[in-house]
Design a protein around this ligand. Structure first.
Ligand SMILES: [Zn+2]
Length: 245
């Protein structure tokens, strides 16, 4: 059994479907295990390529070898050699293209959080503690992280808590809290602050997602969502009020 949407997963992961089709595909992922699984594999590959891209630069020797293979001798026996060399080259070129395509401006932490949010959208079990009640979710994290934080009271707001889980991004443990805002999902991530505190929420757009980053009380908060900044900024305010030191 093969889903007709499956071939679109790599375009979706690279945000190349166009805004409407990206939304449509996000919705499809919630009900299709096959595409969700294909997307997870795609994201794992992208991550591996990104790590390889950071660590690997082609030595001069490889450039010279590639150049020689591009200029095969014309004897018949060398045709097969150059064909197999060409196949090898295609793989090298593909890897270089993937590395070149991964956006250089996207910082690794944010890239990891967007991937984590997409994984949550695609997963049937997006959270490990399933509860709308912050008084259930907050204590669940105790003993699992080396810090505490306060999920805000949502009464009177348009946000709903779905639950949370522990995540590791850039080798750092943190909390992911998943919310809905109408038809949209919002992930709020909490880590121990690594940098000087900045209470002003900084918004940016990464792939098809809006993200925001701010810090309070020694903690660093990130929000990732497909909702607009206007729709999601209320949740930033609620978190800031609940965790203000
Ligand atoms: Zn599908």
């Amino acid at each position: 059994m093969s889903c007709e949407w499956r071939s679109k997963t790599s375009l979706y992961a690279d945000d190349e479907l166009g805004a409407a089709a990206q939304q449509e595909f996000s919705a499809h992922l919630r009900s299709c295990g096959e595409c969700s699984e294909a997307l997870s594999e795609q994201l794992a590959l992208k991550k591996a390529v990104r790590i390889a891209g950071n660590q690997f630069s082609a030595p001069a020797e490889l450039h010279a070898k590639v150049f020689r293979q591009l200029h095969p001798r014309s004897s018949a026996s060398s045709v097969w050699k150059s064909l197999s060399a060409a196949a090898g080259m295609a793989v090298v070129v593909l890897v270089f293209m993937l590395v070149a395509r991964s956006p250089k401006t996207e910082e690794p932490m944010l890239a990891g959080l967007v991937d984590q949010h997409i994984t949550a959208l695609a997963s049937a079990n997006a959270v490990d503690v399933v509860s709308e009640d912050r008084h259930t979710v907050k204590p669940w994290f105790q003993g699992k992280l080396g810090f505490t934080f306060t999920p805000p009271e949502l009464a009177g707001s348009s946000f709903k808590l779905l639950g949370g889980k522990v995540v590791y991004v850039q080798q750092k443990p943190g909390a992911e809290l998943l919310y809905t805002a109408g038809a949209h999902k919002i992930s709020v991530f909490v880590f121990r602050a690594a940098n000087a505190e900045d209470h002003t929420a900084m918004w940016q757009r990464s792939r098809s997602f809006n993200s925001s980053r701010w810090s309070e009380a020694g903690l660093e908060f990130f929000l990732v969502t497909d909702a607009t900044k206007d729709e999601a900024s209320g949740l930033v305010n609620l978190f800031q009020q609940a965790n203000r030191s």
